[in-house]
Design a protein. Structure first.
Ligand code: MLT
Length: 262
C-alpha cells in the first residue's frame, strides 16, 4: 500500500481526487472541530468551498435543523451561527443538526475530495481511528494537508506533522506492507523532529501563533490531545458523518468490525 502526502493542495482539483482514498488533515482547526461536532451528536457536516455556496445551500434547507459554521481569518463569518472553535460545537448546540461548514482551507480540501472513493477526516484527536481505517481498506491513500492559503508557501507544519505521524505509525506496524514516497518520508521526518510535544509544536506554528493572538489558545490544547475523540468522520454521499460503526458505538450498541462504508 502506497501512502502519499500532499503538503500544498491548492492546485489539486476534484477530478484528480475522484475515486481516490483520501484523508484530509486540518488539525487547526477544521478536522478537529468536525470530530468534536460529530462526537457531540451533530447529524452531518456539509463542507462547502465558499460563503456564497454556504448561503445558497442553507436557503434550501430547514432553518431549525441547520446551522452555518465556519471562519474567515479564524473568526466567525458574519451571519453564521458558529465559528470554527471546537468549544462552540457543544452537544446542546449541535445535537441532531446539519452543519454547513465553510472554512478557509479545511472545508475547501474536503469539498474538492467529495468524489473520493473513501474520504476520512483526520487530526491528532482521532489519529488511531484514521490509522485503523487505512489498514482496513488496505489500498493506496493520499493524505492531504489542508495547508494555509494565506501564506506564501501554503505549507502548514501542524498538518504535515500529523500526516507524518500517520505514516510513522503505519510503517512501524509489521502487518502493513507500506510503500514510501518522498513526500511520506518527508512528513515522517517532520513528525520525528516535532512530534515529541504536539502542543509545543502547534503553539509555535504560524497558525498556532495567530490563533493564540486572537484568543483561541484553548483550541490548540484541544487539537493537541491525541486520540481524545476516538471517532471517524467519513464521507457518506455528499456529506460527512460519523462512521456507521462509531455511530452505533455512540448509541451504546456493540460496534461491528468489518464495515468500510459509512
Ligand atoms: C481553515 O480551514 O483554514 C481553518 O481551520 C482555520 C481556522 O479556523 O483555524
Amino acid at each position: 500500500m502506497k501512502i502519499d502526502v500532499r503538503f500544498d493542495p491548492f492546485e489539486l482539483d476534484e477530478l484528480e481526487l475522484r475515486g481516490k482514498n483520501i484523508v484530509v488533515v486540518d488539525v487547526l482547526r477544521s478536522s478537529t472541530t468536525i470530530a468534536v461536532a460529530l462526537n457531540n451528536g451533530a447529524r452531518e457536516i456539509i463542507p462547502v468551498e465558499s460563503i456564497e455556496n454556504a448561503v445558497k445551500i442553507s436557503g434550501s434547507l430547514f432553518g431549525d435543523v441547520t446551522l452555518r459554521g465556519g471562519e474567515r481569518n479564524g473568526k466567525t463569518i458574519q451571519g453564521f451561527n458558529l465559528g470554527n472553535s471546537p468549544l462552540e460545537y457543544t452537544e446542546a448546540t449541535v445535537k441532531g443538526k446539519s452543519i454547513i461548514f465553510c472554512t478557509t482551507n479545511g472545508s475547501v480540501a474536503m469539498y474538492k475530495s467529495r468524489f473520493a472513493q473513501n474520504l476520512a477526516i483526520g487530526a491528532f484527536v482521532n489519529i488511531s481511528k484514521v490509522i485503523e481505517f487505512i489498514k482496513e481498506i488496505r489500498q493506496d491513500f493520499h493524505l492531504i494537508c489542508a495547508g494555509r492559503a494565506n501564506s506564501f508557501s501554503n505549507f502548514s507544519l501542524e498538518d504535515s506533522v500529523c500526516a507524518g505521524m500517520i505514516v510513522h505509525k503505519l510503517s512501524a506496524d509489521k502487518s502493513v506492507a507500506l510503500e514510501s514516497t518522498d513526500s511520506s518520508l518527508a512528513s515522517q521526518a517532520l513528525y520525528k523532529s516535532y512530534g515529541r510535544s504536539l502542543l509545543k509544536m502547534m503553539k509555535n506554528t504560524e497558525h498556532g501563533r495567530y490563533l493564540t493572538e486572537i484568543g483561541f489558545l484553548e483550541d490548540i490544547k484541544i487539537a493537541a490531545a491525541e486520540d481524545s475523540y476516538p471517532i471517524l468522520p467519513v464521507l457518506s454521499g455528499n456529506v460527512i458523518k460519523l462512521r456507521r460503526d462509531d455511530a452505533r458505538h455512540a448509541d451504546g450498541e456493540t460496534p461491528s468490525t468489518s464495515k468500510v462504508s459509512a
